[in-house]
Design a protein around this ligand. Structure first.
Ligand SMILES: Cc1cc2nc3c(=O)[nH]c(=O)nc-3n(C[C@H](O)[C@H](O)[C@H](O)COP(=O)(O)O)c2cc1C
Length: 210
């Protein structure tokens, strides 16, 4: 798929950990490198660079925190999003949940989402990713089937962001590749034409007169 058209696809990675030496950030960077391998533009969204409030449900958080709009804009520009999270008490992090709650359909609906997670313990971040998958559904995003949860991340990551286990490294990149591939497919002229026809189609095509 690496061609001129695919380089029009932007994939962003949202990091759900604020920790300096975060393994989640390393995992998201590897997933993004997989998207880049497929020719996509990539951008890491590091929530440490944003001054965000707690979502209070008023919808007015951006009035006093302009970074809410900056975050929304950066995600809205993307055709695909990698969500990365640490396992915190058996689920994904509050940092990531708060960032997601400050956004909505505008940023996520109809987009392709890939999930990666890391955990300190041996069970990995599987439940964190299952919970994120449900959130993706609520945001009307297409969450790709491929996902990677790295257990005992402290054991596997090197400080330069690579992993001792090349299989993990490959799988993280594959998540990015899959997101880039589907984001490209969804944004192609042929798919747009199909979606237009789909919207114009009868509610129950083929069911008439039966
Ligand atoms: C509040 C908190 C809760 C955690 N809960 C779990 C847990 O339930 N299971 C687990 O395996 N690791 C747990 N951990 C460990 C983290 O998953 C681990 O340190 C991970 O590397 C953190 O991600 P980061 O490196 O991106 O900051 C927890 C860490 C914190 C700070």
């Amino acid at each position: 798929m690496k061609n001129k058209q695919s380089s029009n696809v932007l994939i962003v990675g949202l990091v759900g950990s604020l920790r300096e030496e975060s393994y989640t950030r390393m995992a998201v960077n590897l997933a993004l490198s997989g998207a880049a391998k497929k020719g996509a533009q990539i951008k890491l969204i590091d929530l440490r660079d944003f001054d965000l409030p707690f979502c209070d449900g008023s919808g007015k958080e951006a009035d006093r925190y302009p970074d809410v709009l900056r975050l929304r804009k950066e995600v809205a520009q993307a055709q695909g999003i990698i969500l990365g999270t640490p396992d915190y008490h058996g689920s994904f992090s509050g940092v990531l949940k708060n960032a997601l709650d400050l956004m909505g359909f505008q940023e996520f609906a109809g987009k392709v989402v890939g999930l990666v997670g890391v955990a300190g313990g041996a069970l990995g971040a599987v439940n964190a990713l299952n919970d994120l998958r449900k959130v993706g559904r609520s945001l009307h995003a297409w969450v790709v089937p491929h996902q990677v949860a790295i257990p005992q991340a402290w054991k596997h990551f090197h400080s330069d962001g690579t992993l001792d286990d090349l299989e993990y490294q490959k799988r993280l990149q594959e998540v990015g590749e899959e997101v880039a591939r589907f984001a490209y497919l969804l944004s192609s002229a042929e798919t747009r034409k199909f979606l237009e026809l789909w919207e114009q189609a009868m509610p129950n095509p083929g069911g008439e007169g039966r």
